[in-house]
Design a protein around this ligand. Structure first.
Ligand SMILES: [Zn+2]
Length: 452
């Protein structure tokens, strides 16, 4: 009897888990790629990436969305979002497109190339002169389709587009030795600072900076004038962990009233000056009021007075309290179970109710311990990773906490269900840990979906 129930549980667990896995695997729906004969060779991006489009562009007021086969709905969604973000960028930077923008010949709108199938080297999105290459909302290449993540990436890239429209050229076309070439730190730092950051944001304390330096070495962000070669970029996580967050910090300092108190309009003025063939060094010093070389030599000293050494560890303390609370509730439910279980059993007819043997009691305690271990352990891990992992920018943390709370509630519900259903008599107590594991697997999948 016992063995049969155990076997059924295993089968149920495997079916549930298998269902979950196949459900996740199916989420990127099968699709027909457009007929190659229908594809059009050309487009503003075509000189960079030899990717044809399917001849069905979707046009908005300021943008045109091309694609290699995204659904009409997916390109409308991207176009609508990009339109909204583009207007935001123009407003924040105080731009006057009619007089300030220099479009390439024959183009008067920003092109978006929405990849459903093509993959940009190294992943992510790229901006060029008057265009952005980005994954579509129905992409089959594993890029995020979470709207808040896509919004931040779009904003970062559209800030680059504004920069290049102000300069009237793509930085990659300017020689590295040319003083009119835009330094990478200023370009990426502006994109990150105005978008909120695609890599988790700028460091907020000196402790964080010291941690970064311990991991990657003391690299002066202002010395990041030229992109590193792809082999270096893709072989380490220094770009998303060090270069981008530090460049964001460098530009945030320029914008912060406690720093240099400049505005996004001032950053745009640097770019506009460069469009009039002024060197970056001169444009930067004129508009920002400090020379790039001084900023570079003073950078870490300025950060020493700008940033606090550390912050009160609100997250760690909250996490500790939540775990303590979880353990308390768990302990309470355990005591409740221990008190009521034998009492419930003795209330029925002796002949029908197996005696609460020592072995059964020991088994029950083991299941409860397993339950506690899995629940508290998984909850602590989930909360810890929500709080301290570098999640995609714009991830809805409140939603993640709600999911973690949902896991905890369902775990306790499983325990309560087992106790109330008299898991002693039917010996169903062993169902507790597997059910909690299933709950943990589902929770993990949901968190993955949200943070992906
Ligand atoms: Zn960028």
């Amino acid at each position: 009897m016992n063995r049969r129930i155990r076997a059924i549980t295993v089968v149920v667990g495997v079916v549930l888990f298998g269902g979950l896995v196949s459900c996740c695997a199916n989420s990127s729906s099968e699709s027909e790629r457009p007929d190659p004969a229908q594809m059009v060779d050309g487009g503003s991006w075509y000189v960079r990436e030899r990717w044809p489009h399917d001849g069905n562009p979707y046009e908005t007021e300021h943008l045109v969305v091309y694609s290699d086969g995204a659904s009409q709905q997916a390109r409308q969604r991207l176009g609508g979002l990009a339109e909204e973000v583009w207007v935001e960028v123009i407003d924040e930077m105080g731009l006057v497109p009619a007089t300030m923008f220099k479009f390439p010949a024959g183009q008067d709108k920003v092109d978006l190339y929405a990849n459903r199938y093509n993959v940009v080297e190294g992943g992510g999105a790229r901006a060029y002169h008057a265009g952005v290459i980005i994954a579509s909302f129905d992409n089959d290449i594993g890029e995020s389709t979470n709207v808040s993540v896509v919004r931040i990436v779009l904003k970062h890239e559209l800030v680059h587009v504004a920069e290049q429209l102000l300069m009237g050229r793509w930085t990659g076309n300017v020689a590295v030795s040319d003083p009119r070439r835009m330094p990478t730190w200023f370009s990426e730092g502006t994109g990150e600072a105005l978008s909120g950051g695609t890599t988790g944001g700028a460091p907020r304390t000196l402790d964080q900076i010291e941690g970064l330096i311990a991991d990657y070495g003391q690299i002066n962000p202002i010395a990041w004038r030229v992109d590193l070669p792809p082999s270096k970029v893709f072989s380490s996580d220094a770009y998303p962990r060090y270069y981008y967050p530090m460049a964001q910090l460098a530009v945030e300092y320029l914008l912060d009233p406690v720093g240099l108190g400049k505005s996004p309009e001032d950053l745009a003025a640097v770019m506009l000056d460069m469009g009039n063939d002024v060197s970056f060094a001169e444009a930067f010093e004129n508009q920002i009021g400090i020379s790039q070389s001084d900023y570079e030599t003073q950078f870490f000293a300025r950060m020493d007075t700008y940033l606090p050494q550390s912050e009160f560890p609100v997250e760690a303390v909250t996490l500790g309290l939540v775990c303590l609370l979880a353990a308390g509730v768990m302990g309470g439910s355990l005591v409740w179970g221990q008190r009521h279980w034998p009492a419930g059993a003795s209330g029925s007819l002796q002949s029908e109710v197996p005696v609460w043997t020592r072995r059964a009691r020991r088994g029950f305690v083991v299941e409860i311990w397993a339950f506690g271990f899995i629940t508290v352990g998984f909850l602590a891990l989930a909360l810890f990773s929500i709080e301290f992992d570098v999640l995609p920018a714009g991830t809805d943390l409140a939603l993640l906490y709600a999911v973690a709370a949902g896991f905890f509630a369902s775990s306790v519900a499983i325990l309560m269900w087992a106790i109330r259903r008299g898991s002693d008599r039917s010996r169903r107590a062993f169902l507790i840990p597997p059910l909690v594991i299933v709950a943990a697997v589902i929770t993990n999948a949901v968190i993955d979906q949200i943070t992906f």
